[in-house]
Structures are given as structure tokens and as C-alpha cells.
Design a protein around this ligand. Structure first.
Ligand code: NAD
Length: 489
């Protein structure tokens, strides 16, 4: 890997700029070593970015063109990502920690968003509404103008792609606030937007503190739509701020998602789902399988299998793990790792059994052992709060009704799953689990095409799929009087 540039700037109105709030040190969580500095935006930088985006919107540069043209430009951004994946993937691993193969998966996933929403750009059609002979009435969907997007550190490239692709496809100009811990890789979107032909100001990318640049973006009166992925606490702060300007938000706030494993489930296949469900990205996934709710008759066998899986993972720096396999990288920071380890210790003190793992590893970097907890009960903090780490809690049930009660027994509702050979049981669970997405016999089944978002504290609005497009547009109704006189009824 070539030397990394020591200082990275923000991108505002087509120009690279330093930050009004100084700079922040980015740490490589795989080694604990300093990686680079990144510019930190202040409120004035945010205001410049919003003004540039507003100017682009008012110019009609994005809205006057035929949507198919805009769609091709969005698709070109995805192709740009793929063309640069060999440079970008190691950088993503260095700043976020994930194994190199996972970084490639993330970038490919990001490119897929641009492909999908580029395709959708020309499908955002209105309809005509019959009002009798004296009128012609139709609806049109228009972009909000300036979309403000606040990105989390777990998937900086893919989460940016998710909102940026849909925002641009629908004709919005975008201001992206990148995460403080993983701000570097998002630079690629500046180059991708330029290469695709977007005018300066259509895509702005700034790193800054949440309480400073993030808060300034969500409070700015010219930002007319906000997309946020992150914690519940911050989501509430953002929604409260947006409400002052009567601005709609899409909030994706994580979860405590449970997989119900019935008596008849194929445990070998299920264990493979656990590998992805809780150890992918070291468990730092909003839709992670953080709880396994297993029938009591299968609990011992399941715990043995998941223990063996956790112990089989080779844990270490992501650059040393280029190939798909039984491996895992560090968490994003020592702080996140220590928080997860302390939640495991608290669970043990509350009566849970640490089957394996739970401790920070004795090496530099933010490593936590892949962890399995059993004998977890619904009232424990570990069963209620998001850990956001490689920690799975095993709980057991006697009756299907009890399984649903446990699955629904948290304030969250992002995803849920059921594993059974019985289609009737699967359908009953799918109807009863209170969550925005249900997986039957495959955790993470679905794709960019399928709507994703939460019930309860997991948020509101939907990302992904055609459904997400309607969050980026507002409906205008146009009624034309053609009857030569009043036709009111
Ligand atoms: P966070 O919610 O504080 O930060 C996410 C983003 O919001 C960052 O870009 C941050 O700068 C920004 N932000 C923070 N305060 C803001 C404000 N007042 N106004 C506008 N923007 C603001 O999350 P975190 O502190 O990085 O992580 C804490 C916990 O959040 C994690 O342990 C995890 O449980 C959860 N989390 C969930 C997801 C997810 O995908 N759902 C992602 C990241 C974190």
C-alpha cells in the first residue's frame, strides 16, 4: 500500500478547502496508529456548501435535464467507484478496520446503489386525476432542493451511496456530513461526481463534528430534506432540529434484531447465517442479528455450533485479511470496543453466561474477541440495548408465542428473522414480528431493491427500493381549467 496522504480536505462548491474548525486525527483501528488528518468543517463551511447546493438547485441544472440523462450520470458515479476499487478498498480498511474483502463488498454495494437509482431516475412519474370535462389535472414529483445527509462510521462509502444516489437521481443537490472517525474514503464522491459531469455545488462533502457541522446542517433553513443513519439519541436531536424548519427526515436508528430458531430449523445452515449476521463488520451493522431466540430443545446444540463458529474466526488487521473466509477485523475505535466489552461484563454480572469471548484482545488495535452470550433474559440490558459489536445473545423459548414476545420485547424494530422448515410457522412469525424487514431462513436476504427501515425506535421513512425515492421528492398537483368558466362542484 502506497503512503497515505497526510491531510485530507473537504469538498465544497467544486473546491477542496481546509476546515474552519481545524482538523481531526484519523486512527487506524487495526493498529492503533495515526493514519492521517482530515479537515473539520464549522458552521460557516456548512453554510457555503448549502448555498452552493441551493444555487445549483435554483439554476435548474439538475431538474431541467431529461431524467434519463441524470440517471446516466448517477450510474456513471457507480462505475467510477468500481474503476477505483483497488485504491479505495485498502483506504476503507485502514480507516474503518474491516477486512479488505469486506471493504470490497462495501464498495461493490455502494456502486450497486448508483446503478439501481440511476435506473430509477426516469421512473418517477406523476398521474392524471379525472375531474370531469372542464379540467385537466395531473401530479408531478419535484425534488426538495437541498438534501442534507449525515453519515455513520460503520459503512461510510455504502451509506453515503444509499442517500446520495437517490438524492441525485431525483434531482436534489446534496450536502454530505461524513463521520468523524471514518471521513477519508468519501473523497471519492467528489471525483466521481466531477467525472460524471455534475456541476460544482451539486455534491458537497464535509467532515465535521456532529455537534458543530452536523447540527449546523440539520438546522440550516435552506436544507429542505434530511437523511440520517446513526444512534437514537442523535436521531431525536436531528428530528427536533429539523422540525424547527418543518423539514422531513428519514431516520435509520439501528436495532436489537432477533432471529427465532424453531425446533425444526436446519442448525448447520443457521450457523452460517450467524457468521454473517453478527460477525460481518465486527457486528457494527444496524440490522445485525444481535439476538438468537432458540427453542429450548435445540439450545445446547445451537450454542455449541455458534461457539465453534466464533472460535474459528481469525481476528486481526483488515489488510492482512484480503480474502473471504473465517476472519474478522477490529471494531472502529477503542471507545466502541471498550463500550461493547463493558456491556458484556455487565451482562455476566446480571447472570448471563459468557460462552466464549467478551474481552479485548491483547494486541494493538480495537479488537474484541468474537463473543457468544447464553442464558440471556429479556430484562437484561444486553437484551435491550444495541451493542454494535461482535456479540450475540442467545435466549430460549418454549412456545412460538413466547418467541414472538421476546422478539418484539425491545423498543426497536428494524429487522427480524425466523428459521423453520414450516412455511405456516414462517408466515405466522413474519406477520407477528414488529419490524420493517423480515428474513425467512436467510439473514440479510434482500438487496438494494428491497425497502429498508424501522418500526419503533429504529426510525421512520424507508431507504432502498423504489419506496425510498418518495422521501426525496414532494408532490405537486397541477389543475388546469379548460372549460372556459367555473366548473366547481
Ligand atoms: P452518532 O449517532 O452520534 O453519530 C452518527 C453521525 O451523526 C455522525 O456523522 C455524527 O457526526 C453525527 N451527529 C452527531 N450528533 C449530531 C447532531 N447533534 N446533529 C447532527 N449530526 C450529528 O453515533 P456514534 O456516536 O458514532 O455511535 C454511537 C452508537 O450509535 C453506536 O454504538 C451504535 O449503537 C449507534 N450507531 C448506529 C448506526 C446505524 O447504522 N444504525 C451507525 C452508527 C452508530
Amino acid at each position: 500500500m502506497a503512503d497515505i496522504k497526510p491531510f485530507w480536505q473537504n469538498y465544497v462548491d467544486g473546491t477542496w478547502i481546509d476546515g474552519g474548525a481545524g482538523k481531526i486525527a484519523v486512527v487506524n483501528p487495526g493498529t492503533g496508529e495515526h493514519l492521517a488528518h482530515h479537515a473539520l468543517a464549522d458552521a460557516a463551511d456548512v453554510a457555503r456548501a448549502v448555498a452552493a447546493a441551493k444555487r445549483v438547485h435554483l439554476s435548474g441544472a439538475l431538474t431541467a435535464m431529461r431524467p434519463v440523462e441524470r440517471g446516466r450520470m448517477v450510474q456513471a458515479m457507480g462505475k467510477y467507484l468500481l474503476d477505483h476499487i483497488d485504491d479505495l478498498a485498502p483506504l476503507l480498511t485502514l480507516e474503518q478496520g474491516k477486512p479488505l474483502w469486506e471493504a470490497r463488498v462495501e464498495i461493490q454495494g455502494a456502486a450497486r446503489y448508483f446503478e439501481y437509482y440511476g435506473n430509477q431516475a426516469e421512473t418517477v412519474e406523476g398521474r392524471s386525476i379525472p375531474l370531469g370535462a372542464k379540467y385537466y389535472d395531473f401530479t408531478a414529483y419535484e425534488p426538495f432542493g437541498v438534501s442534507g445527509q449525515i453519515i455513520p462510521w460503520n459503512y461510510p462509502v455504502e451509506m453515503t451511496a444509499r442517500s446520495l444516489s437517490a438524492g441525485l437521481a431525483t434531482g436534489n443537490a446534496c450536502v454530505i456530513k461524513t463521520p468523524e472517525m471514518t471521513p477519508i474514503t468519501c473523497y471519492i464522491y467528489a471525483h466521481a461526481a466531477e467525472a460524471a459531469g455534475f456541476p460544482p455545488g451539486a455534491v458537497n462533502i464535509l467532515c465535521g463534528y456532529g455537534h458543530d457541522a452536523g447540527a449546523a446542517l440539520t438546522a440550516h433553513p435552506d436544507v429542505r430534506q434530511i437523511v440520517f443513519t446513526g444512534s437514537v439519541k442523535t436521531g431525536i436531536a436531528i428530528a427536533t432540529s429539523a422540525a424547527q424548519n418543518v423539514v422531513p427526515c428519514v431516520l435509520e436508528l439501528g436495532g436489537k434484531s432477533g432471529a427465532i430458531v424453531h425446533q425444526d430449523a436446519d442448525l448447520e445452515a443457521f450457523t452460517d447465517n450467524v457468521r454473517w449476521g453478527i460477525y460481518f463488520n465486527a457486528g457494527q451493522v444496524c440490522s445485525a442479528m444481535s439476538r438468537i431466540i432458540v427453542h429450548e430443545d435445540r439450545k445446547a446444540e445451537l450454542v455449541d455450533r455458534v461457539e465453534a463458529l466464533a472460535k474459528s474466526l481469525s481476528v486481526g488487521p483488515g489488510l492482512d485479511r484480503p480474502d473471504f473466509g473465517a476472519n474478522m477485523g477490529p471494531m472502529v475505535s477503542d471507545g466502541q470496543r471498550d463500550r461493547a466489552a463493558s456491556m458484556v461484563a455487565a451482562a455476566e454480572a446480571a447472570g448471563a453466561k459468557v460462552v466464549t469471548g467478551g474481552r479485548k484482545m491483547n494486541q494493538p488495535g480495537a479488537f474484541l474477541e468474537p463473543t457468544v452470550l447464553s442464558d440471556v433474559t429479556a430484562d437484561m440490558v444486553v437484551a435491550q440495548e444495541e451493542i454494535f459489536g461482535p456479540v450475540v445473545s442467545v435466549m430460549s423459548f418454549k412456545t412460538p408465542q413466547q418467541a414472538i414476545e421476546i422478539a418484539n420485547g425491545t423498543p426497536y424494530g428494524l429487522v427480524g428473522g425466523t428459521f423453520t422448515q414450516d412455511i405456516h410457522q414462517a408466515m405466522a412469525d413474519a406477520q407477528s414480528i414488529r419490524a420493517g424487514q423480515i428474513f425467512v431462513n436467510e439473514w440479510f436476504a434482500g438487496g438494494v431493491e428491497t425497502p429498508f427501515g424501522g418500526y419503533g425506535l429504529s426510525g421512520y421513512g424507508r431507504e432502498k427500493g423504489r419506496e425510498a425515492l418518495w422521501n426525496y421528492v414532494q408532490t405537486k398537483n397541477i389543475a388546469i381549467s379548460i372549460g372556459g368558466g367555473a366548473g366547481r362542484s
